[in-house]
Design a protein around this ligand. Structure first.
Ligand code: ZN
Length: 250
């Protein structure tokens, strides 16, 4: 049995019951758990924890705290240059994402803004395969399932708080500081593959009547061969981008 004093900072409080938010609290654990094990018991996803201090010194997820120790947990702060080693290093920029089965709309929105957002839903790959895929590919796993983020295979992950797809998009843009990296209409919304410019004359016979004359630039998805041009969902998508991005500008 270990009695520990714990304090969680900033967004990590989202995972705690109200009585433990924003304060130091005492809690008992059976045995001599590692930091990682106690996080999982508290239902706090380890990939959201960037820095752990035990009595003021940085420790790893495998550290086993002693009786009565004080532990502090910090999330990733993109706006801070950390002086301490981080466990969950911010991934490459722009980050590549893998989305949980239930986040299909969010995946399409992220692709619409040009981000690499893989989504495996048919057939459902299952939690173990999703975690392995994200860890192996170095992708950030986006999910609303904390148990999925507790799997050891996951290196980078984020629990999406919002439930509505537009709010989820705004949240992810904000959380990963993506506003400066938006490159709309550069990726196929269906396949997640970058679009390639294509000469109008080569696709003229595949376009609806009148489109060829009205537009100069066309793009094609090399995977599904779908053709994109300004006007194909463009106005609707531009409105969505304006709403989401403007609503969350720093
Ligand atoms: Zn495609």
């Amino acid at each position: 049995m270990r009695t520990l004093w714990l304090r969680f900072y900033a967004s990590l409080n989202d995972f705690l019951p109200t009585r433990w938010k924003q304060r130091t609290f005492k809690v008992g654990f059976l045995g001599q758990p590692t930091v990682r094990e106690l996080l999982v018991q508290l239902n706090v996803p380890p990939p959201e924890v960037a820095l752990i201090l035990a009595e003021g010194r940085p420790v790893s997820f495998e550290y086993r705290p002693g009786e009565g120790e004080r532990l502090s947990f910090y999330p990733i702060f993109y706006c801070l240059l950390p002086s301490q080693p981080l466990h969950t290093l911010p991934p490459e920029r722009p980050p590549r994402f893998l989305l949980d089965t239930h986040l299909g709309r969010l995946a399409r929105y992220l692709r619409m803004l040009g981000f690499d957002a893989e989504h495996l839903s048919d057939p459902d790959p299952g939690d173990a395969a999703l975690a392995q895929r994200a860890g192996h590919d170095g992708r950030v796993l986006l999910t609303r399932d904390r148990r999925l983020l507790a799997r050891k295979a996951v290196r980078y992950g984020y629990f999406v708080r919002a439930t509505a797809p537009r709010a989820q998009l705004a949240e992810v843009l904000d959380r990963f500081a993506l506003h400066d990296l938006i490159n709309p209409f550069s990726r196929c919304m269906c396949c997640n593959v970058p679009l390639r410019p294509v000469a109008a004359e080569t696709v003229a016979d595949q376009l609806p009547p009148g489109i060829r004359a009205q537009h100069a630039e066309f793009y094609r998805c090399p995977a599904c061969q779908r053709i994109y041009w300004e006007g194909s969902h463009h106005a609707r998508m531009q409105r969505l981008i304006d709403q989401v991005v403007r609503g969350n500008s720093c």
